[in-house]
Design a protein around this ligand. Structure first.
Ligand SMILES: Nc1ncnc2c1ncn2[C@@H]1O[C@H](COP(=O)(O)OP(=O)(O)O)[C@@H](O)[C@H]1O
Ligand SMILES: C=C(OP(=O)(O)O)C(=O)O
Ligand SMILES: [Ca+2]
Ligand SMILES: [Mn+2]
Length: 659
């Protein structure tokens, strides 16, 4: 029985609980082991959850004290300069209404850190006032992946976290690039310099029309509560690095570019200054079809003189990446640097291989190799200094992705990775990579360091092997052949493949395509300009070229089947190791390709496609059909000289199919 005064009366007899004595003098509360919370309100408590970040991290303002590198300019001054620079990027150029630019998420005004730059705002001087100049455009500058996840999930329909932590997104009505809607401003300079006309990807627009679309994009972006701004770099070669700014309306686009471009260090963000090139991505908003040169509601416009690109009417993020690649195809050759639509990796002994190929031919898959260091999967430069990746990330196709066949890509799909247009279980959020309900062109964009054996920085010595990948839907090209230099140029300029469904709009099944330099959609100058640089470099550094068919065997598409990835990997291994260089060869009819009689790990009978076809007559007929397509395609190049060597130019013409 409890004594009176100790526990009181359980029946509530009026006396209440006795006071438990504590020694107030020692300051320790003995009945609670946790320290008290240093907050007066719930809001304050929540504000404690987030600690101040490193300099340059966007939500933070005010931690640079003591950093000697920035001692000359005050922190406040730097923030002012950056907002001014972003305000200039967003300024309307034709009307009085300039944007008021403020930093930070409009939804988070209450949470703004004390002393933050939220009250700085900049606007372009206005002659008279209209409503749009009275509103603020909030700028979310270089947010981190975590912050971008939150933005995407809160505000962008179709954004979800998958079971492995990737951000699943939808790119909207367009799930591939729209090459027919790409326009390049034709002005005094570009009229002379660029490749225009038959076969060229460059469809012209005039300066005036560009400005109409630019204004449309800028007005759209300024009409929003907030825009995302990424300040990043292109090209790992520090001598030839380009500063790019991407202004976009979606966290999806910001995270995609965060992954795909080179990420600046906090210090580099602080000292970024004026970008060399700016993208205005207003993809949710269409272009106006009454505008001259516009043939649809989608327009991707590049103005080299203004150093700007405008995107209207497509949210497919690949347009930004490949738009910048087009820019590099213009800028780099001016510096005698060859820009390449290729993957690139390096062996432990420093032997570098390039993998050229059109979309879906295997650049990403085959350059991502357990036994080698990945330099990059898609876009490179070949300069006097060797090879450098243009990008900071990879963009892998993930249709039918499996852990067994492509473990490194599989494991890269984790927190931070953007997963486009995939289908997943609504509860477990496990992705079904075989599901094509949204598109065949499902994609994963991840930073290159998500591949365990990435080569950082992403540069390497001059290449030893140049591998031309073709996904041959006709099933008549051999799985591998060794090319002479003239054959290399012939096939490089031809750029043959079967375009696999999905990456470009409107292609539903594989179809023979010729795309000069294995990237005609992105080249700016005449193909022979790039080809001449490739010959020169291959000769100078003694590289060997190979043609690898990653497409069909045993019959054309629909009859035969795609060459097993495991076999293609064995072929690539034999190229890297040097063993294929010393193999026995025989020459094929019509294309005159040197094919090895044996490759370790590959059934010998498949090395000559003739053996794999059930009917010899059908094989020969298909072979001649393809040869005819090659010949017809090359006609436009027949009048061009490649490089200085007249004899080589003749040999290149003769290196095509003979029939
Ligand atoms: N023999 C093969 N070689 C290369 N890729 C193959 C092969 N068979 C099937 N594939 C598939 O083809 C696709 C190649 O795509 P990817 O590597 O992303 O091409 P690219 O980077 O050139 O656009 C991948 O989905 C890959 O799994
Ligand atoms: C993103 C692309 O690159 P690839 O398919 O070559 O990986 C593309 O061509 O749109
Ligand atoms: Ca491509
Ligand atoms: Mn790729």
């Amino acid at each position: 029985m409890a004594e009176k005064g100790e526990l009181g009366n359980a029946n509530g007899g009026g006396k209440g609980l006795a006071r438990i004595e504590t020694k107030a003098e020692d300051g320790i509360c003995h009945d609670d082991s946790a320290l008290p919370v240093k907050a007066q309100t719930i809001d304050e408590l929540h504000s404690l959850q987030k600690k101040r970040s490193l300099p340059g991290t966007p939500m933070n303002d005010g931690l640079l004290q003591g950093n000697a590198a920035f001692a000359t300019v005050s922190e406040d001054e730097r923030h002012k300069l950056r907002l001014q620079s972003i305000s200039a990027s967003l300024a309307s150029l034709t009307r009085e209404t300039g944007p008021k630019v403020v930093k930070g998420d409009p939804a988070r005004k209450a949470e703004a850190p004390k002393g933050g730059a939220v009250h700085h705002h900049y606007f372009t001087p206005s002659i008279s006032v209209s409503d749009s100049s009275l509103k603020f455009t909030h700028v979310l500058h270089n947010l981190s992946p975590a912050e971008l996840y939150e933005q995407a999930i809160r505000y962008e329909k179709g954004s979800f976290i998958t079971s492995t932590g990737a951000l699943a997104t939808l790119s909207g009505a367009k799930t591939g690039r729209s090459p027919r809607d790409k326009r390049i401003v034709n002005d005094e300079t570009t009229a002379e310099e660029l490749w225009w006309g038959k076969g060229s990807p460059n469809i012209e627009m005039d300066e005036q029309t560009f400005m109409v679309n630019r204004e449309r994009a800028v007005d759209y972006l300024n009409s929003l509560d907030k825009v995302f701004v990424n300040d990043q770099f292109l090209n790992w070669d520090p001598e030839h690095q380009i500063k790019v700014r991407i202004v976009s309306a979606r966290a999806y686009h910001s995270l995609f570019m965060h992954n795909m471009c080179i990420r600046p260090t906090p210090e580099e963000v602080e000292t970024f200054g004026t970008p060399d090139f700016t993208i205005y991505n207003a993809g949710q908003f269409p272009c106006n079809r009454y505008t001259h040169y516009m043939t649809s509601s989608t327009s991707i416009d590049i103005n080299l003189a203004r150093k700007e690109m405008v995107i209207l009417g497509t949210q497919y993020a690949g347009e930004m990446k490949k738009g910048l690649f087009s820019l590099m195809h213009y800028l780099m050759p001016k510096r005698q640097i060859l820009s390449l639509h290729s993957g690139c990796n390096m062996g432990k002994d420093g032997d570098v291989a390039l993998f050229f190929g059109l979309s879906g031919t295997g650049k990403t898959t085959l350059s991502t190799d357990r036994n080698r260091l990945l330099i990059g999967d898609d876009e490179h430069c070949w300069s006097e200094n060797g090879i450098s990746n243009i990008e900071g990330g990879c963009y892998a196709k993930c249709i039918d992705l499996s852990m067994e066949k492509e473990p490194d890509i599989w494991n890269a799909i984790k927190f931070g990775t953007v997963l486009e247009n995939v289908v997943f279980d609504e509860h477990t959020r496990e992705v079904d990579y075989s599901d094509k309900s949204v598109t065949e062109n499902t994609r994963a964009a991840y930073p290159i360091e998500y591949i365990p054996n990435a080569k950082l920085p992403c540069v390497g010595p001059h290449p030893k092997n140049v591998i031309l990948l073709a996904c041959d839907a006709f099933g008549v090209l051999p799985p591998v052949s060794k090319l002479t230099l003239p054959q290399t140029m012939y096939h490089f300029i031809s750029g043959y493949t079967a375009l696999v469904a999905g990456t470009e709009e409107g292609i539903k099944e594989p179809q023979a395509t010729f795309s000069a330099c294995f990237g005609a959609a992105f080249i700016m100058l005449h193909p022979t300009r790039y080809a001449a640089m490739l010959v020169e470099k291959m000769q100078k550094y003694g590289a060997t070229a190979w043609l690898v068919n990653t497409g069909w065997s045993g019959g054309r598409y629909g009859i035969g089947s795609r060459i097993k990835l495991a076999y293609t990997r064995k072929i690539i291994d034999a190229i890297h190791s040097g063993s294929l260089l010393n193999a026995d060869y025989k020459k094929t009819q019509v294309f005159g390709l040197e094919i090895p009689t044996e490759v370790e790990g590959v059934p010998s009978e498949i090395l000559d496609p003739e053996n794999t076809w059930p009917e010899k007559a059908a094989y020969e007929e298909t072979l001649l059909k393809l040869a005819g397509l090659f010949r017809k395609n090359f006609e436009v190049f027949a009048n061009y000289k490649i490089g200085e060597d007249a004899k080589l130019a003749e040999e290149i013409l003769a290196a095509g199919p003979n029939f």
